[in-house]
Write a protein that binds this ligand. Sequence first.
Ligand code: BTN
Length: 237
Amino acid sequence: MFKFYNFKALNSTNDKAKELAGKGLSNIVVAADKQIMGKGRFNRKWDSGIGGLYMTIVLKVRDLDKVRYLTLIASIAVAKTIRKITKSNALVKWPNDVLINNKKICGILTETISGKENYALVGIGANINQQKFNKNISNKAISLKIITNKNHDIKKIINEIIKQFDNLYQYYKNKKYNKIINIWKKYSHTLGKKVKVKTFSGVYIGEAVDIDKDCNLMLRLGNGKLKKIVEGDIFVV
Ligand code: BTN
C-alpha cells in the first residue's frame, strides 16, 4: 500500500516528500536516518541526529480542510505503536504531539501542496534511541530508550506506525471523521485539563473541553464562554 523511500540523510523528510509529490508520487513514505535541517511547527528547528525517527507520509487528498484529521491520525498511530512497544501510557496532545509522562516523544508537522492535485505531507519525528537532548529541551523531551533502557529498531517502528496509520486512514477515506475524533479523545492528554494556550492573537487560559469537527480545540474560559483555538501551543497549568 505504501512505498518506502529510505535515505541516510536528508535536509528534511518533509522537503524531500514535497519534491516527490511534485513529481506526482503519493502513498509513499520518505524516511531518513538523520536530518540536516529538520523543521518543527512555527518554523522551529527539530533536533534530528542519528537515533531519532524521521518520516513523512505523502498522500493525495481531495479536501484540504480535512487534512488536520491526518495529523490526529498520525498522533494516534504513534501513541498506539509506543503503547505496544513499551506498555506505557502514551497520550496525544492537541494538536500534534505524543507525550509520555508529560514529556514529548513525538511531534508532527503536516504540510500541504495545493494545485490540480492536492497533497498532504505528514511529517513525524519521534525520539527513539536518544539518550540525551539539547539543554533547551532536555526537561521536556523523552525517548523510547530512556523509558525502556534499550535501543529499538527504528525501521520496525516505522512499519508499525504505518500499519496503525493505514488502519485509521480508512476512516478518513470513508469520511468517518467523527470516529477519528472519538478515538483521539480516548488517547487525549489535553481534554479535561486546565491549560494556557499561546496563539498568534493572544494567550488564553481555560479548561480544554472538546475538539470540534474541524479539529479546533474548544476552551472553556474563566468567564464561562467557549473559545475556539485554531492554532497554538498548549501548556497544562
Ligand atoms: C513539532 O513538534 O513542531 C513538529 C516536529 C516535526 C518533525 C518531523 S521530523 C520528520 C519531518 N521532517 C521535518 O523536517 N519535520 C518533520
